[in-house]
Design a protein around this ligand. Sequence first.
Ligand code: NAP
Length: 259
Amino acid sequence: MVVVYYMRFKGRIVVITGGTRGIGRAITEGFLREGATPVVLYASAENEAKKLKEKGAYIIKCDVGNREEVRKAKEIVDKEFGKVDIIVNNAGIMVLMPFEEFDEQKYERMLRINLNGTIYVTYEFLPLLKRVKDGVIVNIASNAGIGTAAEGTTFYAISKAGIIILTRRLAFELGKYGIRVNAVAPGWIETDMTLGGKDQEEAERLREIFRNKTVLRTTGKPEDIANVVLFLASEEARYITGQVIVADGGRIDNLTHSV
Ligand code: NAP
């Protein structure tokens, strides 16, 4: 297959949280290929961050769940670039925890990174986004956030449902500045989040389970989500705001409701 890349984002400054690994990494590389300058906010992946810097990304170590660190990152970006064109709120963690094993600390940490992090980054960087006439925000939610069930994901789903409602409300509030706000809700994507620390056999067992949950009988790759993010961030999506695009291979349990 021949893929043609356009320079859709030449001169654009794109803040990508968690842009060092998995889905965020594919998003960063997609923007790099299309002429943007990604500003990658990352938590700990020093080596990955260094490699992205060599490719032309601007990297800032910043825990998105720490408002002061986010504010400092905003100041650095303001001094360096003076504007932001696109924000991709991708950083996230998944703590699997059945409801009956509720652990407040783990829950609060997940909520702080996934949901508060999205709020902090959006709030702090908003003044820079308002300096351009066609700012864009793309939030990474999850199909869990629209109710797709999986063992132990109740609290994770809550954090992602919060991101979905935030997306819709922000689209409403920020439309007057020409800012579009959309979300992508991925299904099961092969990254450290889903396969990290698993041996070959266990990884294949999980792939098989999740393949069988989709009508397309396949699992997702980070690029499958990055492609949707780049589309939503592009001029081609200029008439789309307040939407959630589910990219999950077509979950059988969501597509078999009888009417
Ligand atoms: P991943 O491979 O585990 O990567 C997570 C990324 O988030 C890393 O770059 C990590 O930075 C960053 N991060 C974590 N905590 C952070 C913090 N406090 N501050 C800044 N950055 C932080 O995960 P992934 O699968 O790519 O997931 C990316 C997003 O997609 C998440 O929001 C996740 O919930 C969502 N999602 C994933 C799936 C899936 O099946 N994989 C499905 C639905 C939704 P470091 O590299 O520095 O640690």
